[in-house]
Design a protein around this ligand. Structure first.
Ligand SMILES: Cc1ncc(COP(=O)(O)O)c(C=O)c1O
Length: 438
């Protein structure tokens, strides 16, 4: 599949033609709708059976227009907080397709999630007790309620993205000596009809996801012997990696290949006996996104040092990239103020962001054509876990966001979200005067 990289010059010219990059809006987000639809096609073609329910991970990209595309293709929404779950509900996602996965829930949130009919995955025995207490007096129809277990298949390359190491904060660890204890929880709570894993995210090899599913289904078999017929839903999580260094999706992480491995090693997934939920985020959205920022100025003063370019994007939108640059590094390319791709005359530059601290560099040692003020820097592969992590430090206004797609051979731009206004930004900082508390 062709990625947005090749046609980027054309899209940037459209952005300039519409005057979307200007002094009031020196950075914008672009989202390739056709690319996302292509990813959704791949996912739905790889797992077409009606017992598969694919929920998009809202945390990866909570833009309402983006979520709407996934909803229209029949996806559900995997949510890390009650707010994300209500966000999905407000967009018309069916409550039963909203998967509420937060690792930390108050009693009130648990009750509300059940009342609203969300597929709710519990994290620990206290939550189970709290739900059991609620259900004693509960009258309505019960949604799917599951328990997250940690299949303990080990970490991938990025510890912070790996949730199946022994000492993970998520779910209950499924080990030889804990299996009976977890089994008893299911036996004592017949309303617990789901089981959930999520092995991790970027940096985890496919084999670990398959091993996680293998372990999960061994446990499901164990539960079938203990509480026959109780388990109806098995949620195998998300997590397939993509690539930040290449412009194409990596071949070892295609949805089709994942299915092939699962078929070989976990055929029970395809038996049709269980409703199978998946929760992909990054692999759906990452490569659909590109961030543009004007190069506001260039400092080239010290002979043996890289020039520093100052831009409007740094920690405000890329906290992981700034604090862990050895792990998260994007591809960059440079365009003139007229939108022509700059090539040749390459030098290493350091890319500074707009925030007022010395560490605010989006990346260092980036090989780019010699930059000048007014150039446009494109940060590639920004459709997941960038805008969703937007940070308020220094009150930098969040970029306007534009979708684009090809219609009759022409690229058409549409606004997903205007640039944040000063007033919206100020709301975050509270009242003008202290409010009396009665
Ligand atoms: C429970 C759960 N499901 C799904 C996801 C999505 O993972 P990814 O974006 O890597 O597919 C995450 C990511 O943190 C998660 O925690």
């Amino acid at each position: 599949m062709c990625c947005c990289f090749q046609k980027m010059e054309y899209v940037i010219k459209k952005v300039l033609e519409k005057n979307l990059l200007n002094d009031d809006q020196p950075s914008v987000e672009l989202f390739d709708v056709d690319y996302l639809n292509g990813r959704l096609d791949s996912l739905l073609e790889a797992f077409p059976e009606p017992f598969f329910e694919h929920a998009m991970a809202v945390k990866a990209n909570p833009l309402r227009c983006v979520m709407g595309i996934a909803r229209d293709r029949g996806l559900g929404a995997e949510c890390a907080s009650l707010q994300e779950a209500k966000h999905a509900l407000s967009l018309g996602f069916a409550a039963a397709k909203v998967v509420y996965d937060s690792p930390v829930k108050t009693v009130k949130e648990l009750r509300e999630a059940i009342d609203l009919g969300f597929h709710t995955n519990l994290d620990n025995e206290l939550e189970i007790q709290q739900v059991a207490d609620y259900l004693k007096e509960y009258q309505g129809e019960l949604p799917v309620i599951g328990l997250r277990i940690n299949p303990v298949v080990g970490a991938g390359d990025i510890a912070m993205m790996s949730t199946a190491a022994k000492q993970s904060k998520f779910g209950l660890p499924l080990l030889e000596d804990t299996q009976d204890r977890i089994g008893k929880i299911f036996k004592d709570n017949s309303w617990l009809t789901g089981v959930h894993i999520h092995v991790g995210s970027q940096g985890v090899p496919v084999d670990k996801f398959v091993a996680g599913c293998e372990r999960l289904f061994q446990f499901v078999e164990y539960l079938e012997a203990l509480v026959p017929g109780q388990i109806k839903t098995v949620d195998i999580g998300g997590g397939l990696s993509t690539s930040y260094t290449e412009d194409k999706e990596p071949e070892e992480f295609t949805y089709q290949l994942y299915r092939t491995y699962l078929q070989e090693r976990v055929p029970m997934i395809f038996s049709g006996k269980y409703r199978i939920v998946t929760e992909f985020g990054r692999s759906l959205f990452l490569k659909a996104g590109t961030s543009l920022t004007r190069v506001q100025s260039v400092k080239e003063w010290i002979e043996d040092q890289n020039p520093i370019i100052l831009t409007h994007l740094g920690t405000n939108q890329f906290p992981r990239e700034v604090y862990l640059p050895h792990i998260w590094r994007h591809r960059f390319s440079l365009y003139t103020a007229d939108g022509d791709k700059k090539e040749g005359n390459e030098i290493n530059v350091d890319i500074g962001g707009p925030l007022c601290f010395q560490g605010d560099y989006l990346a260092k040692e980036v090989l780019l054509s010699h930059p000048t003020a007014g150039d446009i820097l494109a940060v590639h592969d920004t459709g997941a876990y960038t805008m969703s992590m937007y940070c308020r430090f220094n009150s930098i206004l969040a970029s306007g966001i534009y979708g684009y797609k090809k219609i009759n051979g022409e690229i058409e731009l549409e606004c997903f979200k205007p640039r944040e206004t000063f007033e919206e930004c100020m709301q975050f900082w509270g009242f003008n005067k202290p409010n009396q508390i009665n």
